[in-house]
Write a protein that binds this ligand. Structure first.
Ligand SMILES: *Cc1c(COP(=O)(O)O)cnc(C)c1O
Length: 433
């Protein structure tokens, strides 16, 4: 047995794969990745496959960036882990200051956790507990957008609305109010309904949580910046918190460093993970304002009752610091602009393929539809299979095909990826017998 076959056999026998039925796990082909470099996943026999989904939307600087490898090596020689309970260390303390310096103005406090879901749980718990102990205990409810996705833990699922992911767990989730879903990409009525819910229930609303500008898991759905700005105004008027889940959109994925920057707003709480570590270690942060932080002053009973074993993990924090340094030194955001323009132009042209609809992009995130919407669509998977043959690992969201390449992908590699996207889509939609 070749070692790949052995690994596949071991995997099929013992690994429980995310979002994959036990039967599908036995049937679907598995890519055995031996190494990864830049935008490439590399198999044991040297085959190179473009990582079009950015290893689940987090690989913003390519695989194996030499400076990230060096940062991990350096930090690992000093200290790999240490509690953040009544202790601190250079990576956690300096990273917090560095994050505050580049965050939307007014976010001054950093709570560390390990992943996007926990960053969201922390934000929800902070908002909830804040009102409980600051004179507004009736503020127990959250508002959210239709189609939002905020992670897979119970609180994050409650805030989210991607039914295929959460419906089975409904009885375990707390109710979150949200307007009916968007029709024909018309977001104004959705936000108008959201504002109405906010005005009606302002006294009961602990916060409004949204993915700013792009709803990732709902199928890379984008909405205009002026609606995000209007939401900021409405939440201010209601004097309740705006929680920006920038787990996917942060760190330049949509163009500016934060998607909130498109609207020039500061949320009360901001969640970041995925690209924060360059997508190489599980690491997350929830940022908050002084006003919120000050609501937790007083005796022990007023402390935020939340903490993770790996809060502020030194390896993760050291890597995140190096990520921010690379963004500065390599002008990651500026040099991604022309790449994003190329991506936008080529994704628009995908409508030349009969059957492709709704092309859209924002920064280095682009998507189009290849059939009836919904996560359970199957045409996307046929295109994904064709793309793998042609040399790209595309993970569709049902019939939504998307690409989220590294922000620093070489132009030639980006062209090559978009050639494969085009050809695999044509193979399935046009040349199918
Ligand atoms: C991926 C994602 C999460 C969850 O992050 P995990 O690290 O997978 O737990 C939360 N919110 C958004 C917007 C995401 O895209």
């Amino acid at each position: 047995m070749s070692s790949d076959d052995e690994l596949i056999a071991l995997d099929r026998a013992h690994v429980w794969r995310p979002y994959t039925s036990s039967d599908d796990h036995e049937k679907r082909s598995l890519l055995v990745v031996a190494r990864a470099e830049g935008p490439w996943l590399i198999t044991g026999d040297g085959r190179r496959v473009l990582d079009a989904s950015g290893s689940w939307w987090c690989n913003n600087l390519g695989h194996g960036h030499p400076r990230l490898r060096a940062a991990i090596a350096r930090q690992s020689e000093r200290m790999m882990h240490c509690t953040l309970a009544a202790a601190t260390h250079e990576p956690a303390a300096r990273l917090a200051a560095e994050l505050v310096a580049i965050a939307p103005n007014g976010l001054t406090r950093v709570f560390y956790s390990d992943n996007g879901s926990t960053a969201v749980e922390v934000a929800l718990k902070i908002a909830f507990q804040y009102w409980q102990q600051n004179g507004r205990p009736e503020r127990k409810h959250f508002l959210a957008l239709p189609g939002g996705y905020h992670g897979d833990t119970l609180g994050a699922m409650s805030a989210g609305d991607v039914d295929e992911f959460t419906s089975v767990f409904r009885p375990l989730l707390f109710g979150v109010r949200r307007p009916p879903d968007v029709v024909n990409h018309q977001w104004e009525p959705v936000f108008e309904r959201l504002f109405a819910l906010l005005r009606e229930g302002a006294d009961q609303i602990a916060g409004v949580i949204v993915e700013p500008m792009v709803q990732g898991a709902a199928g890379m759905r984008t909405y205009p910046a002026d609606l995000l700005a209007a939401l900021r105004e409405e939440t201010k008027r209601a004097d309740t918190f705006l929680i920006a889940d920038e787990v996917f959109t942060g760190l330049g994925r949509t163009g500016p460093l934060w998607a909130c920057d498109h609207a020039g707003i500061t949320p009360d709480l901001l969640c970041t993970a995925k690209g924060l570590s360059g997508g190489v270690l599980p690491f997350a942060a929830t940022l908050a304002t002084d006003r919120i932080y000050d609501g937790f002053r007083g005796d022990k009973s007023r402390a935020l009752m939340h903490g993770h074993t790996f809060c502020g993990n030194p390896l993760g924090a050291a890597v995140a610091r190096e990520v921010l340094a690379i963004y500065r030194d390599e002008d990651i955001l500026e040099s991604a602009d022309p790449k994003a323009a190329k991506l936008a132009a080529r994704i628009q042209r995908m409508t030349e393929v009969p059957g492709v609809t709704a092309p859209r992009s924002l920064g280095m995130c682009a998507a189009f539809e290849v059939g009836a919407p919904g996560y359970m669509g199957t045409i996307g998977w046929q295109i994904s299979d064709a793309a793998l043959e042609l040399g790209a690992h595309l993970r569709p969201l049902g019939n939504t095909i998307y690409v989220v390449p590294p922000l620093n992908i070489e132009d030639a590699d980006l062209d090559h990826l978009l050639d494969i996207v085009r050809e695999s889509t044509e193979r399935v939609l046009v040349s199918a017998p």
